[in-house]
Design a protein around this ligand. Sequence first.
Ligand code: GLP
Length: 244
Amino acid sequence: MIKLKIIIKEDYGEMSSGAANIIARQIMREPESVLGLPTGRTPVGTYAQLVNYYDNDLLDFAEITTFNLDEYYNLPRDHEESFHSYMKKRLFSKVNLKDENTNIPDGEAVNPERECQRYEESIEEAGGINLIVLGVGINGHIGFNEPGADWGSKTRLVDLAESTTRQNFERMEEAPDEALTMGIRTIMHSEKVLLLASGDEKKRALEEVLRGPVDQNWPGSILQLHPNLTVIMDKEATPEELED
Ligand code: GLP
């Protein structure tokens, strides 16, 4: 049974709380869940709400395992704009996740191909991802799977479009031009998918991803084939035909 759930919230705060509640339910129901985690601006409020639930003794991350979607390549992991730094700041330093249970592609790996193979094997050894949380780029990318990414792609090294880097990176003079990213296939093999979107800059991407053809020009459109997809968005990001 295909399960596509579209949730429209008034604003960013409500979207973030709604997303945090879905993730919290997963943790409560399955304390040993394997979560796929995103970075970027969209999930910041969601992480803050999860930390709030932890601080109020509602959530226990002790047996949770996490796999991040992506990491820049050849950027020192302690660089303040690395995804390692982002996750430490937004979540890992604030809840009782065990270090050995958190996984982010190693952007400093000497052999990126071997690191990508290792990452895929780690996901399999963990039993696969139960719930993967995604943002979406303005060009419909998921993770760092840019337009044209193969549907069958796995974790791999990719070149970054400058427009994408400019979207995420502040100090452009230090911006990396490559990244390690879970592939489309990796993402689609997750048991459940939760896609977050906020702001009118994502309206077009949501329109194409949710209502357009399944098309490699809009990588996120493959999610229409996922058997258990929930999309949570704020009103600004909501395409006209989805508005109630
Ligand atoms: C980056 C990340 C994606 C993220 C996307 C949107 O490229 N690799 O994982 O979902 O951009 O980021 P934001 O939420 O800041 O718009």
